[in-house]
Design a protein around this ligand. Structure first.
Ligand code: SF4
Length: 394
């Protein structure tokens, strides 16, 4: 078994209207103390005698927030600390970046530090949609960012889009998909907009107002059509749909530097750990961890996190034991997010349960397909996967 490491950097330039994460703008003077705290947290975990932490680290994902705001030297310091303190044999080291934060100097420094994958928060190619969502970048920044990253040797670029942004129409969505496919990134994530009442947009929707373009949100049906359109377009453009929200290029992306071409293909090796319930250690404020039997999060408040670490204490919150029933449920709803589905016979053996009648009921309702011992979400039900999971676990 290998280990994934996730580093959460909770800083952003502004707050997007739809965002409910514990992230936001802070004074730049707080960046360095935070990174020092992450380095200290690495040291604290490295002295632990826990066996699962002795596994080789094969994936690192620095996310947020907007970690590309940090100086490359400080990001490099985190990777160096990991290499000094953990057994590292990493194949995938990802940095999340917003297009407008990328310069050729930064991109070259990220490569030199050891990053070999960039996850780019594109969200849309429509300036109207980007502006309404409170994003800082515009369409032209996306092309410039991809060009700059490729010039620095990044072939493994992932681009995120959001289906369901305010002002999005069938025409603007088709244009975003077309522009994205012309860039031919190695990996694509498409998320359906979730209106969360903890976000400014969510509160406005609840209040029936029109600020943040709340009244220009597409309907749920339109959003589902956008997703279906993306599925069809990506399927005929060389992308393998491997998880509800994720596609990997089957062929090679535009630029392939031999040192970074992954023998494992362009799927996100780090994110696969989440769906396969493999262990990962989360570092930084609000980062989540899973060691096979327990899940926990670090304190979400960045100042509380830094001050606890400075006192030599890891501020663990929300520790929960994953008992057999919870583990079984996780196997089902995380495993079914993968388009390859689950081997239910193996799960039945592992948990000493019988799933046949539960799965058969869902098959009869057209929610699942069953082939041999594999169960998969029915292709037409991917947009309502949460409803399927509720029925399955209910
Ligand atoms: S960049 Fe991401 S984390 Fe930051 S405010 Fe926007 S959606 Fe939230």
């Amino acid at each position: 078994m290998t280990l994934g490491v996730y580093v959460q950097v909770p800083f952003c330039q502004t707050k997007c209207t739809y965002c409910n994460f514990h992230t936001g703008p802070v004074a730049k003077s707080l960046y360095n103390p935070f990174v020092e705290a992450v380095v200290r947290e690495i040291e604290l975990w490295a002295t632990s005698s826990e066996k699962w932490l002795k596994a080789a680290v094969d994936t690192v994902y620095v996310g947020g927030g907007t970690p590309s705001l940090l100086e490359p030297a400080t990001l490099s310091r985190v990777l160096e600390a990991l290499q000094e303190r953990f057994d590292c044999a990493w194949t995938e080291v990802t940095l999340e970046a917003d297009p407008e934060t990328i310069t050729s100097g930064k991109a070259a420094a990220w490569r030199a530090a050891g990053f070999n994958r960039v996850s780019l928060g594109v969200q849309s190619f429509s300036d109207v949609e980007l502006k309404a969502a409170g994003r800082m970048h515009r369409r032209t920044d996306i092309f410039a960012a991809v060009k700059t990253l490729r010039a620095a040797g990044f072939d493994n670029i992932s681009c995120d889009l959001i289906a369901g942004l305010p002002h999005q129409t069938a025409a603007s969505w088709e244009n975003s998909i077309g522009e994205l496919l012309a860039l031919r990134p190695a990996h694509i994530s498409i998320y359906m907009m979730e209106i969360d009442e903890g976000s400014r947009l969510g509160r406005e929707v609840l209040a029936g107002g029109s600020r943040y373009s709340a009244s220009a949100l597409p309907s749920d049906d339109a959003m589902a059509e956008f997703y279906e359109h993306a599925c069809a377009q990506l399927a005929t453009s060389g992308y393998e749909h491997y998880e509800i929200s994720n596609w990997a290029l089957v062929a090679q992306p535009l630029l392939v530097a031999p040192s970074t071409a992954s023998p494992l293909g362009w799927r996100s090796q780090h994110n696969l750990k989440y769906w396969r319930r493999e262990p990962y250690l989360g570092l930084g404020a609000g980062a989540h961890s899973f060691n096979g039997t327990h899940r926990w999060a670090n304190a979400h408040d960045a100042s509380a996190y830094v001050s606890a670490i400075q006192q030599g204490r890891i501020p663990v919150e929300q520790m929960e034991t994953v008992g057999a029933e919870a583990a079984l449920n996780e196997e089902l709803f995380l495993g079914l997010r993968l388009l390859e589905g689950i081997d239910f016979a193996a799960i039945e053996r592992r948990y000493n349960v019988c799933l046949a009648s539960r799965l058969e009921d869902l098959r009869k309702e057209g929610l699942l397909t069953i082939e041999g011992t594999r169960a998969k979400l029915a292709a037409k039900r991917l947009t309502v996967s949460n409803e399927v999971f509720v029925e399955l676990l209910g």
